[in-house]
Design a binder for this molecule. Structure first.
Ligand code: ZN
Length: 259
């Protein structure tokens, strides 16, 4: 088989392993070769060490002739005792899960973690941990499109994003958010809106971002709405310090609240 990229290749091996209820380890990953073996042949445990190592492996190389990744060696049979890893298969990472649930999340952004768990169990036949399922749904991106966008060509007006670990971290920090906007000075003009908080060491923790056309009541309202819906969740009350105060009094305002 041939693949357009190494990522596609490893993704296919990953899905194969999930479907066959096996785990693998990447032994070699270079610019033109990729080699993986059965996990059991690498990580020998007392219960498996008395058996011969598993033969399963796959090797692929990036062929100069067509520039694609081609599988050059494939040992199909696992002769290991790896048939009982239904629980939390390491091949099934949070990002693999996120690709599977993307459609459902688009239909229902409030999709619950427990629904993801049952979806994964039903479709991929694997039990995953709550934490992994939680991470899978936790990089939020919201788009707002111009009303004159066509079905096929959408022109975005605002975009908002927040990373899962930052959202989680905010819930461990004091309920104070500082928001500010700045000019984008690159090829594409626009404004970057940012929300930050401070952690227990008084270090700045960025929690969410948006790119908007201008700093207007409309764009700021939209940003705050996304912040409430995707980051603050059920946490309230929260103190929001707007940009003007933040710029002029940030050091004094926040040192006063220390401790
Ligand atoms: Zn094996």
């Amino acid at each position: 088989m041939r693949f357009e990229s190494k990522q596609q290749l490893s993704g296919a091996v990953r899905m194969w392993s999930i479907n066959h209820n096996r785990e693998f380890r990447v032994i070699e990953s270079k610019s033109n070769t990729w080699f993986a073996k059965c996990k059991s042949s690498i990580e020998r445990t007392p219960s498996t060490s008395s058996y011969p190592p598993c033969d399963w492996c796959v090797r692929a190389v990036k062929k100069k002739t067509h520039g694609m990744w081609q599988i050059t060696k494939w040992v199909n049979d696992h002769n290991c005792l790896g048939d009982m890893i239904r629980n939390n298969n390491t091949s099934l990472t949070a990002s693999v899960i996120s690709r599977h649930i993307l459609r459902s999340i688009e239909d229902d952004p409030g999709l619950k973690v427990k629904n993801i768990l049952s979806f994964v169990k039903e479709n991929l036949k694997v039990d995953v941990s709550y934490k992994k399922a939680w991470y899978a749904r936790r990089t939020m991106v919201e788009w707002s499109h111009h009303s004159d966008s066509l079905d096929r060509i959408k022109t975005f007006k605002y975009v908002f994003w927040a990373f899962g670990p930052a959202i989680e971290a905010f819930h461990m920090c004091r309920p104070v958010i500082c928001v500010d906007g700045t000019h984008l000075r690159g090829e594409y003009k626009g404004k970057l809106l940012v929300a930050v908080t401070q952690d227990a060491n008084n270090k700045i923790l960025p929690i969410s971002y948006a790119i908007v056309d201008e700093e207007t009541i409309s764009s700021w309202s939209w940003f705050m709405e996304q912040l409430r819906y995707n980051v603050a969740l059920d946490r309230h009350p929260i103190c929001v310090i707007p940009s003007a105060v933040w710029r002029h009094e940030s050091s004094s305002a926040l040192t006063r609240s220390r401790g």
